[in-house]
Design a protein around this ligand. Structure first.
Ligand code: FO1
Length: 313
């Protein structure tokens, strides 16, 4: 049993690599819900959707989100009618948002909905939200507080990032399936995927019980740094870290991951490579996933490292 903690696009790629090298049912991916929001009366769960589409092979690679071969009739009409068009909802994507919103209104859990959608997409691994309760990332900027998607999409991350708070985290409960997997005697490794530590992994660790469960972990936990050459592979992680006055590199993960992670895989040029920080070994590897083969290669490196840490030297 392998548990992966994933956020946005980088997280989905390594989750896909893990799915590609494990047997059906061997992987549980717990996904960040901090990016979720209500839009046009629909509950949108971008990170869950990115992981689901990626594991189903339905993801649009150049856009990084949404479905491939998408059409935009809904958005064209919405725009003509004067509706908000800053957040693009493709016609195929829309069916899932409508279905999910309807089921949530009927009282179904986000876990049940997510698992049914994954199964309908032919996915043989388990995908769950980190919590069935709402957690909403609110970004503090020089222009005031912005809900995550307003900051990330509508404002294209231009405001100066001052901080983030995870609204609802204090009362959110970890998804039961995630806690069960972390307590499973068959658990062999936990992998924190290369997602933004502040935007994607932060809201995940902020759910009470998750960090404690990881501190009590019965298997090694390996994190993969999302930074390569002092930059984020995708997204605003490096800009955000600079605005927080933190150098974008594996060392930036050591503090938030202390006690939770046994080792961090980082790229060869990372200044922290080969050192130990806060009890965490920073180990150099080729962490850039260029394609599906690269995703599986990095997944194997992470699992091999966990196996080494599991067996007494
Ligand atoms: N990102 C954008 O930059 N522009 C969009 O219009 C947009 C729409 C969208 C719709 C559904 C969805 O699941 C994701 C979408 N994203 C869009 C990406 C989304 O903001 C990010 O995937 C995450 O929130 C950050 O990891």
């Amino acid at each position: 049993m392998i548990v992966a903690l994933a956020g946005g696009v980088g997280g989905a790629r390594l989750a896909n690599g893990l799915a590609g090298v494990l047997q059906p049912g061997e992987l549980l991916v717990a996904v960040n819900v901090g990016d979720d929001f209500e839009h046009l009366g629909l509950t949108i769960c971008p990170d869950i959707d990115t992981v689901t589409y990626t594991l189903a092979g339905l993801n649009d690679r150049e856009r990084g989100w949404g479905v491939k071969e998408e059409s935009w009739a809904f958005m064209d009409t919405l725009r003509k009618l004067g509706g908000p068009d800053w957040f693009a909802l493709g016609d195929r994507d829309l069916a899932k948002h409508v279905l999910r919103t309807d089921r949530l209104r009927r009282g179904d859990t986000l876990t049940a909905i997510t698992q049914d959608i994954a199964r309908a997409c032919g996915i043989v691994q388990t995908i769950v939200p980190v919590s069935d309760d709402p957690v909403r990332s609110i970004v503090e900027t020089d222009e005031g507080a912005l809900p995550f998607q307003d900051y990330f999409v509508r404002r294209r991350c231009e405001p100066v990032f001052r901080g983030i708070r995870y609204e609802g985290a204090e009362t959110a409960r970890p998804a039961p399936a995630l806690l069960a997997a972390l307590d499973d005697p068959a658990l062999e490794a936990i992998v924190i995927c290369p997602s933004n530590p502040v935007l994607s992994i932060g809201p995940l660790l902020a759910v009470p019980g998750i960090a404690d469960a990881l501190r009590r972990r019965r298997a090694p936990c390996i994190a993969v740094s999302p930074f390569i050459g002092g930059e984020a592979v995708k997204g605003p992680a490096a800009k955000i870290m600079r605005e927080l006055g933190i150098a974008p590199g594996a060392a930036a993960l050591a503090k938030p991951y202390a006690g939770i992670v046994d080792a961090i895989l980082c790229d060869y040029d990372d200044p922290g490579a080969g050192t130990t920080m806060d009890g965490i070994r920073l180990i150099a590897a080729d962490t850039l996933m260029r394609d599906d083969i690269g995703q599986r290669r990095l997944a194997r490196v992470a699992l091999a490292l966990a196996a080494m840490l599991r067996k007494p030297a």
